[in-house]
Design a protein around this ligand. Structure first.
Ligand code: F6P
Length: 342
């Protein structure tokens, strides 16, 4: 048995831990051979491979990024994409494919299995934690820790100058990073994509914070939207899954706060710092367990399955179930955080 492995979409701390676990268990326990595919779906689509064996995965557990590279290539948007993937797999002697990715990468894996019979197993990853069917995705814990540390640091400089500091974090459709890091970091306002916000209300919270002689920290997810506005786009470009590039809400909001309250307001955009570098211990643990269970799915021929975390158990769910809808922040959870606003 030869198993192909690919990592697609935005990179995420813990990808290498999955690859290592898959290769170690697959080689040692089941005697499988592996083929690494370069740059997500571009690998099987164009037949671009890298050597993947035990020596190749030595020392990668604490490393951020992915040794396989990643891209947002969508083979189903290419002429004869599914057929080319199937032919390349056959030519390379690859019998099964483990796709490690978010909603887009796994969506392709689900369809390649359901519609074209290509034997795929999915492993969920995204720092955004917005994949259904799993309690957590790896990468999220690392991103939240990085954002929390940044918020802690912003507090002391904000207090020194008595100015508003707006911290923009990732989260296109779901505000998990903003909510968790905002709560952990003691933010005075948290704004998420799931709930449109009222700028006057934000300014009222900012003013009440100053009245208590403290400087306000506002955490805003990149996909958050004001009541009468739209998302802030970095530029007009779309990736091959049709996603726009976000960023700018923090800058816009700081200007509005300054204009409406007369208090100085500045913005910090955390951007890719949240995704880079070494994974947290929790993410290494989760990614490793996902890898161990994903190779078991291959052994069992459980095609179209995705591994998922439920409590402390790793379970299997259909990929199509996990990608059918996004896991967004429950309004009750957001409301809970409201005690600390202002
Ligand atoms: O999907 C994860 C994510 O981090 C989103 O929160 C963000 O919008 C996007 O990736 C940015 O991706 P990229 O840096 O690849 O453009």
């Amino acid at each position: 048995m030869r198993v192909g492995v690919l990592t697609g979409g935005g990179d995420c701390p813990g990808l290498n831990a999955v690859i290592r676990a898959v290769v170690r268990k697959g080689t040692q326990e089941y005697g499988y051979d592996f083929t690494g595919f370069r740059d997500g779906w571009r690998g099987p689509l164009e037949g671009v491979t890298v050597r993947l064996d035990i020596p190749a995965v030595r020392g990668i557990l604490p490393r951020g990024g992915t040794i396989l590279g990643s891209s947002r290539t969508n083979p189903l948007k290419q002429q004869d994409g599914a057929r080319r993937v199937r032919e390349n797999l056959a030519e390379l002697g690859v019998d099964a494919l483990i796709a490690i990715g978010g909603e887009d990468t796994l969506g392709v894996a689900g369809r390649l299995y359901e519609e074209y019979g290509i034997p795929c197993v999915g492993v969920p990853k995204t720092i955004d934690n917005d994949l259904s069917a799993t309690d957590y995705t790896f990468g999220f814990d690392t991103a939240v820790n990085i954002a929390t540390e940044a918020i802690d640091r912003l507090h002391t400089t904000a207090e020194s100058h008595m100015r508003v500091l707006v911290c923009e974090v990732m989260g296109r459709h779901a505000g998990w990073i903003a909510l968790h890091s905002g709560l952990a970091g003691g933010a005075n306002v948290i704004l998420i994509p799931e709930q449109r916000f009222d700028v006057d209300q934000v300014c009222a919270w900012v003013t009440s914070r100053f009245r208590a002689s403290y400087a306000p920290i506002v955490v805003v997810a990149e996909g958050a939207m004001p009541r009468d506005g739209d998302v802030h786009l970095k530029d007009g470009t779309l990736d091959s899954f049709g996603h726009v590039r976000l960023s700018g809400i923090g800058e816009w909001l700081a200007k509005e706060i300054e204009r409406r309250t007369g208090r100085e307001a500045r913005t910090t955009v955390l951007g890719h710092i949240q995704r880079g570098g070494t994974p947290s211990a929790f993410d290494r643990w989760l990614a490793t367990r996902f890898g161990l269970h994903a190779i078991d799915c291959v052994r069992d021929g459980d095609w179209g399955a995705m591994v998922a975390l439920r409590g402390t158990d790793i379970v299997r769910v259909p990929i199509t179930e996990a990608t059918a809808r996004l896991k967004t922040v429950d309004p009750a959870l957001y409301e809970e955080a409201g005690v600390f606003f202002g």
